[in-house]
Write a new protein. Structure first.
Length: 135
């Protein structure tokens, strides 16, 4: 009997939470070494296919971090991660992906930008989607 596929997976390239059904419909799933990987966009899937070793290590680290961040046996989150320099860089490079994974953190960083009268950065996924829609 095959194990049920989860509803959401973490993109091993960018760290975005990906809806598995949507990724499958878009051709953004990949089976490798008995595992299923989901990607937010074709660029992430292509990067993974070109350098799987690099991203497999990241995927394993992300899975361990997710397991460490939940209460044993419940799957409930222990709490939000600390907003450190890495979170801030993630926010600056792809705020939409951060928002998909940690909406509360994105909201807090958006509020910081608004308080400083600075624009909220557009995520790389949003930029790519706009470019694809425009031409």
């Amino acid at each position: 009997m095959q194990a049920e596929r989860p509803e959401k997976l973490i993109d091993p390239v960018c760290g975005m939470t990906v809806d598995v059904a949507k990724a499958e419909a878009a051709g953004l799933l990949l089976e490798l070494e008995g595992r299923t990987f989901a990607f937010c966009r074709t660029g992430c899937k292509r990067a993974f296919v070109e350098e799987p070793g690099e991203y497999l290590a990241r995927a394993e680290a992300a899975e361990k971090a997710a397991a460490d961040a939940t209460e044993a046996g419940t799957g409930a989150p222990k709490g939000l991660p600390v907003i450190d320099e890495g979170m801030r860089r993630w926010y600056e490079s792809c705020s939409c992906c951060l928002g998909d994974t940690y909406p509360e953190i994105k909201a807090q960083l958006d509020a910081e930008k608004a308080a400083a009268n600075q624009p909220v950065p557009q995520g790389i996924c949003e930029v790519a989607e706009a470019e694809m829609a425009g031409g």
